[in-house]
Design a protein around this ligand. Structure first.
Ligand code: SF4
Ligand code: SF4
Length: 189
């Protein structure tokens, strides 16, 4: 990007560039409208027009590596695999994982998270937490997008129970069931 002092007079006036941008947008809009209309009548099939995916009713196929909302994986007894080692929180570039470690009365070696929270407003969905975890305790394989609406900041903080429940629901309903439930909330807002 150019600095102001590197710009010529034409660019410093801004107005010509604004008009150029509007012309380009207008051209795209009318071209798409006309080409789609022609397609409706079976004409100009050789011309391509832009298509907007009507999310959430339509979805493009997600890659295997899609990083969806987090979940805490569970042991057979329903407790989290997480040992509250803090490696994920340390690796997190957004510093949005909050852990409070607790100790088992009968196990002096391993710990568990009393509190495990992810502030998804700060999360950049980089999956470094998943990579850092030595015991596969956190995953982002749910296939669902982060929440994009809420009424307060707290609505975006996912706590331990939410993250554990997501694992249970994923097992019960599968990724498609989880996704349907996720988007049904948006449809009823
Ligand atoms: S996905 Fe990235 S930003 Fe989000 S919690 Fe994990 S490490 Fe932090
Ligand atoms: S999720 Fe994994 S890396 Fe993070 S505290 Fe738990 S065990 Fe450690």
């Amino acid at each position: 990007m150019k600095r102001v002092e590197e710009m010529g007079l034409w660019e410093r006036i801004y107005l010509p560039e604004v008009i150029r941008g509007l012309c380009l947008t207008g051209y795209r809009f009318w071209r798409n409208l006309i080409v789609h209309t022609l397609h409706l009548f079976g004409l100009a099939k050789h011309l391509q027009a832009a298509i907007t995916v009507q999310y959430p009713e339509e979805r493009l196929p997600y890659p295997e590596t899609f990083r969806g909302r987090h979940r805490l994986t569970l042991k057979d007894d329903g407790s989290p695999h997480c040992t509250a080692c803090f490696l994920c929180a340390t690796a997190c570039p957004a510093q949005c994982i909050y852990i409070q470690a607790g100790e088992y009365p009968d196990n002096p070696v391993e710990k568990f998270p009393i509190r495990y929270e992810i502030d998804t407003l700060r999360c950049i969905y980089c999956s470094l937490c998943v990579e850092a975890c030595p015991c596969d305790a956190i995953r982002m394989d749910t296939g669902i997008h982060p929440a994009n609406w809420g009424f307060s900041r707290k609505d975006f903080v996912e706590d331990k129970e939410t993250l554990m429940n997501r694992s249970r629901e994923l097992e019960e309903k599968g990724p498609e069931g989880l996704y349907e439930e996720h988007v049904s909330r948006y449809r009823h807002v």
